[in-house]
Design a protein around this ligand. Sequence first.
Ligand SMILES: O=C(O)CCC(=O)C(=O)O
Length: 284
Amino acid sequence: MKIISEKQISDFDKKGVVFLENYFSQTWIEKLKIGIEKNILNPGKEKRVWSKESDGQYTFYDSNNWRNIQEYQEFIEESSMKNMAATLLNTKKVNFFFDAIFVRSKGVKFSTPWHQDEPYWSVEGFDTVSIWMPLVDVRKESALAFVPGSHKWGKKFKQQDFGELNPDNEKNVNNVIFNSEWEIIPDIDNNREKYCVTSWDMKAGDCVAFNARIIHGGGGNLLPDKDLKVFNTQWLGDDVRVCYKSMGMDPDHSPQMKQAGKQSGDQIGSDLYPEFYKETNWKN
Ligand SMILES: O=C(O)CCC(=O)C(=O)O
């Protein structure tokens, strides 16, 4: 059994990100790969191609499909990821928020713009953890990268509207138009040392866990013979509340939240977002 150490819990709190090596078995990896194949063939309504490159390479994104894809549902309900989330958040229980996939075909150069996640979501709170899990090995130049400590900067940044990453001109995509009075996000790419930009060489079975307020992005830049398939899950802890944002939301969960009678400021509750209690003796 592999547990999470006090040092990892403290790093997650202080830096907003922690690398977790070799936590998930090949059986889960293979299962999730099957899930991703099903997801690509039968995408959900959040699906979008974020980039298309000259030789037909693409970056594919989708989210919130766990109720339709059995492999995802089994992983969320049965794997130790829920315990990992509760342990890092230092809480007895967590709500599962949603899954996301990021699939890059071989040789994709597209880099995800630097951003924080929480400003886009239909909730607000500090106690969040997203767990980014590549299903293939990825070198650190191509893995998701982070600005350690930025989850505690307490700043509001004007960020990328991901709805604009839409080369297929899909209709009815979510747009988030950040207030122009908010600060411009720093130029991380040209000041990587100053911002201590961090990423890891990762193998299938490793993951990085991060707070939804940390600035992250980059990645892509794949070698010509390498693709990248990532399964990501988002978990909510004690202080997170429903929050409808006038600038738009992505993914926008407000329709289902409103239908369930939720208002801004309400507890997350377990009717839409299942609650999992931490098991004390957990295995990967
Ligand atoms: O994998 C990527 O390129 C983007 C991941 C990301 O931004 C996220 O998981 O929040």
